[in-house]
Design a protein around this ligand. Structure first.
Ligand code: SF4
Length: 151
């Protein structure tokens, strides 16, 4: 017995490496299983994708849920090297949506039954910036009892 990633005990034949088909029949995966799945190629990868599609169909079905993301500003005071909107990047035009533009985008998401909505921006250390996000919480979230997440 070995422990799967969710803590459940998993039976494993001693001395024998499992093939992809055997791994895909399990309810939980060990680290070794996950590594093998991530390295799958050719026919093994096809089996993995087929199994993934079966599980997705079982739990989600064929519906598609829109998820809204409003990038309301690309102004940032930080300089994370991997990030395109870091303050040191001079090769982009900065923007900062107005409150009305943000609310209009949120209304669009609501009117079109988006399942959720997130607001995102660069990071600025100021009182004005900190106070801005909660100000949108009420007006943008109030109608959330209907639509896809309210079903
Ligand atoms: S947006 Fe986030 S990740 Fe990008 S530079 Fe600013 S703090 Fe870093």
């Amino acid at each position: 017995m070995v422990e799967g990633f969710n803590g459940t005990a998993v039976q494993r034949p001693r001395g024998k490496k499992m093939n992809i088909k055997e791994i895909l029949e399990k309810d939980s995966f060990s680290r070794e299983d996950i590594v093998k799945l991530l390295q799958a190629k050719g026919e093994e990868r096809r089996l993995l994708f087929t199994r993934s599609a079966e599980i997705k169909e079982k739990y989600i079905g064929s519906k598609v849920w829109f998820r809204g993301l409003i990038e309301f500003s690309n102004v940032c005071s930080k300089d994370c090297l991997y990030c395109g909107i870091r303050k040191g990047n001079k090769n982009l035009k900065r923007y900062n949506l107005s409150d009305d533009e943000i609310l209009a985008a949120a209304k669009f998401a609501f009117d079109n039954n988006y399942g959720s909505l997130a607001l995102q921006s660069g990071e600025i250390e100021s009182q004005a910036f900190t106070k801005r996000a909660p100000a949108f919480h009420g007006p943008t979230m109030r109608p959330s009892t209907t639509g896809p997440t309210g079903e």
